[in-house]
Design a binder for this molecule. Structure first.
Ligand SMILES: *[C@@H]1O[C@H](CO)[C@@H](O)[C@H](O)[C@H]1NC(C)=O
Ligand SMILES: *[C@@H]1O[C@H](CO)[C@@H](O)[C@H](O)[C@H]1NC(C)=O
Ligand SMILES: *[C@@H]1O[C@H](CO)[C@@H](O)[C@H](O)[C@H]1NC(C)=O
Ligand SMILES: *[C@@H]1O[C@H](CO)[C@@H](O)[C@H](O)[C@H]1NC(C)=O
Length: 381
């Protein structure tokens, strides 16, 4: 009787889902502001596009800040009495780091033309907690700059021209953002003793397998987020800290995952491997059967079948692969019989979102998929 009722509600859901399975992913949010309505009668003057200055002689002149009550406030910066610990020097066309006053805890230097970071301006800056150097022209950070800042927690240096991970970073660091540089080298010991680092972002650099030696991440015992997407890796990185929650490896050239790769992870919840070269051959049968995993993204690969996953998985992205059939009985984490006998369906598979568009699949969705994954809210075919 119970099984009959279960089947009935599953069928009702099936009808409900017919309405959603044709749903396409929503268009991405426009990254630019939508154009305002133009009146065709008033032609707008063509605004010449300012080219990004290349040569230092092309850089616009530094913008000076307003006079400050602080006698130690650098001329290019803004120092406000309400925030005596902040030094705001962002967006000022400056070419060099000004002398940082001792009172500074929060240092904002993003969006300038700084090309080098040397130790001198930081001599008295021993209390700094946050440094934002994003979007400059930095190609070198001296080793001694940050090692004498024992309180440093966040270092943001994304969008620069660094060729290697800076050395001599303090053990206190919690967040290190180095995305969108030209990094092709991680010096030995770069992350030594950095047991408090929770976020390491190396997205969009030039790292290859040989740049990630086995012990590279060894000391990062508290790392939670590791982003190595958009590099040139062919293998899964070795020695990744096992407490990680997010591992992003999109846009590499990975074609193979070792069978036990995820075995030792204790909290791994988000894995992204979109835009790699994974085929069924390189994906061992149960490699993604990880009980902590909530979100698995494998779009734009060459998979021909749906990999197995645990009953806890909530989001699965498999769009733009070569999948031509899907067998719900095979991928269901439980036997359909056992599911039919479950009195409380919240104990069943938790998959809520499934993307399968860009494969070789045709509707309808197989009934065994519907019967197994009754929490599915959205399936994109
Ligand atoms: C550092 O602080 C000392 C004492 O406050 C001061 O005499 C010195 O000029 C400062 N050095 C720099 C580079 O600001
Ligand atoms: C790491 O964090 C803990 C807890 O916040 C803190 O007590 C410790 O001093 C930090 N370690 C370093 C090297 O800053
Ligand atoms: C997946 O993992 C669960 C629990 O760890 C285990 O019981 C199950 O047999 C595994 N499934 C496969 C296909 O390996
Ligand atoms: C799905 O897989 C099961 C178990 O391997 C098999 O018995 C069944 O025939 C398959 N269904 C289809 C439609 O291929």
């Amino acid at each position: 009787m119970k099984a009959g009722a279960g089947l009935f509600s599953a069928l009702a859901l099936f009808l409900l889902m017919e309405a959603v399975f044709t749903q396409r992913p929503r268009p991405r949010k426009p990254t630019r502001r939508p154009a305002t309505v133009k009146k065709p009668s008033v032609p707008r003057p063509a605004v010449p596009i300012q080219p990004e200055p290349q040569e230092p002689t092309d850089f616009p002149p530094p913008i000076l800040g307003p006079p400050s009550v602080f006698h130690d406030c650098p001329r290019e910066c803004l120092c406000t009495p309400d925030y005596p610990n902040s030094l705001n020097c962002e967006n000022r066309n400056i070419r060099a780091v000004p002398v940082i006053p001792f009172r500074t805890h929060y240092l904002y230097l993003q969006n300038n033309y700084i090309s080098e970071v040397t130790a001198e301006p930081f001599v008295n800056a021993t209390e700094v907690r946050w440094v934002n150097l994003a979007n400059n022209r930095i190609h070198r950070i001296d080793n001694q700059v940050f090692e004498k800042i024992p309180a440093l927690l966040y270092l943001y240096a994304h969008r620069n021209q660094l060729k290697e991970v800076p050395s001599g970073l303090p053990a206190s660091l919690e967040q290190l953002r180095l995305s969108r540089n030209h990094i092709s080298k991680i010096p030995a010991g770069a992350f030594k003793n950095m047991g408090n680092l929770t976020l390491l972002d190396l997205y969009h650099n030039q790292l290859s397998d040989s740049d990630l030696a086995r012990g590279t991440f060894k000391d990062l015992k508290n790392l939670v987020q590791l982003n190595l997407a958009h590099n040139t890796l062919k293998k899964m990185p070795d020695g990744v800290p096992s407490g990680l929650i997010q591992l992003f490896l999109d846009r590499n050239r990975i074609d193979d995952i070792p069978k036990d790769y995820f075995k030792d992870f204790t909290h791994l919840a988000f894995v992204r491997l979109n835009y790699n070269q994974l085929s069924d051959k390189g994906v061992p049968k149960a490699v993604f059967n990880i009980s902590t995993l909530l979100d698995l993204q494998l779009s734009h690969n060459q998979l021909t079948s749906v990999p197995l996953f645990s009953s806890h998985l909530e989001h699965l992205h498999l769009n733009h692969n070569d999948i031509n059939s899907i067998n719900g009985t095979l991928i269901c984490p439980y036997s359909l019989q056992a599911l039919g006998d479950l009195s409380d369906f919240s104990l069943g598979p938790r998959l809520r979102y499934l993307r399968l568009d860009g494969n070789h699949l045709n509707p309808p969705i197989p009934l065994d998929v519907i019967l197994c994954f009754r929490h599915l809210r959205s399936i994109v075919f």
